[in-house]
Design a protein around this ligand. Structure first.
Ligand code: ATP
Ligand code: LTN
Length: 333
């Protein structure tokens, strides 16, 4: 019998999920569900590393679960649960803290970017990658499908696992990050020099398309998308073509066409037409997701039931690894 590889990934219930989250992560989680043993986590412990309004956060956690189910995560095939429902994550994170040099965390680019914008930086923000390592290592995951921005965190996870294994004996599987070839870093529609992100989207109206946005909202963002003063609609790594390249990348992932087919299709067309067609493929992609989302939100009890059952299963799966880690560091278990 061949055992399927274990896949683990997570998403923060902060802000509204955008098309970059979908393309870089969620779309693949759904597409590869039949191939792997899948575990997906709504990482609320990570979310509070930056202040969240408690009532807004509660709503966003349920919304995140409903959006992920609506995108096609099937509870019969995948575990979808909320991180804080499984205390083993915080417990293992503590143990891993004790083998992680602070210098490793201070070097993380996400930490440097986020902390530079704050007056007061929480210990949790610095420790964020250790909690992420705990998430992944608890389930002995082989693969972690994420966008490009998480690459450094996955490398740190491997380093922490390796250090623990060296100090205390073989305990954890070293996971591989799986980053998509196309769409690993969707850029902001308003500014194609920065990664599309939920935090920027909450302040800047034309930065991102949210998965729950109406067709009018999608078009309002796309029609203002930053392009350039030229008129060539081609894939290009030239910094000046970043806006057009980003629009074409979204189009490529959502239609499944090749770059050659797409460039041929847009040959001789104007940027306005490119924006309209990208908006249309996004609207078509979002339509069924939004229909399923609305149906799921009709019955919050059913949603909570799915999360509750998944949390019990996740806790059962996490227990042997946590026990082994405790035993190996010398606790009485
Ligand atoms: P925040 O702004 O709150 O940090 P975020 O938009 O970066 O949020 P996360 O919850 O950190 O989103 O990421 C969820 C998943 O989506 C991760 O796998 C991440 O790599 C991926 N992802 C996030 N932004 C993008 C993007 N612009 N392009 C491709 N993938 C992305
Ligand atoms: N840091 C990730 C979210 C995250 C995650 C994880 C991703 C937390 N734990 C474990 C993969 C595996 C992010 O912000 N995208």
């Amino acid at each position: 019998m061949t055992t399927r590889k274990i896949v683990f990934s997570g998403i923060q219930p902060t802000g509204d999920f955008h098309i970059g989250n979908y393309i870089g992560a969620v779309k693949r989680w759904v597409a590869e569900q039949d191939l792997y043993d899948n575990i997906f986590c709504i990482v609320d412990l990570h979310a509070i590393t930056l202040y969240q309004d408690p009532n807004v956060l509660r709503g966003k956690i349920r919304q995140a679960a409903a959006v992920l189910l609506a995108c096609g995560i099937d509870p019969q095939k995948s575990l979808l649960f909320v991180q804080s429902h499984v205390p083993a994550h915080a417990e293992l994170a503590w143990i891993l803290n004790c083998v992680t040099p602070i210098g490793w965390l201070e070097r993380m680019t996400q930490y440097k970017d986020k902390s530079a914008k704050l007056e007061s930086v929480s210990t949790g923000l610095l420790d964020y990658p250790v909690l992420m390592a705990a998430d992944i290592l608890l389930y002995q995951a082989d693969c972690v499908p994420v966008g490009e921005d998480q690459k450094q965190h996955i490398e740190l996870t491997r380093d922490v696992a390796q250090r623990f294994n060296t100090l205390y004996g073989e305990t954890f599987v070293l996971p591989e990050g799986t980053i998509p070839k196309v769409g690993a870093r969707i850029m902001g529609f308003d500014d194609p020099t920065v990664k599309m992100s939920k935090s920027i989207a909450s302040d800047q109206k034309h930065h991102a398309v949210g998965l729950l946005d109406s067709p009018d909202q999608v078009w309002a963002v796309l029609k203002r998308a930053t392009t350039d003063s030229g008129k060539e609609i081609v894939f290009s790594n030239e910094p000046g073509k970043a806006g057009v390249n980003n629009l074409l990348t979204v189009y490529q992932v959502l239609t499944g066409q090749t770059q050659t087919e797409i460039e041929k299709h847009f040959q001789g067309k104007l940027y306005g037409q490119l924006k309209r067609e990208v908006a249309d493929v996004i609207i078509e992609t979002l339509k069924p997701i939004q229909e399923r989302y609305n149906a799921l939100m009709q019955d919050p009890n059913a949603l909570d039931g799915i999360l509750q059952r998944a949390a019990e299963q996740a806790a059962t799966r996490a227990a042997p690894t946590l026990r082994k880690a405790k035993l190996n560091v010398g606790f009485v278990v």
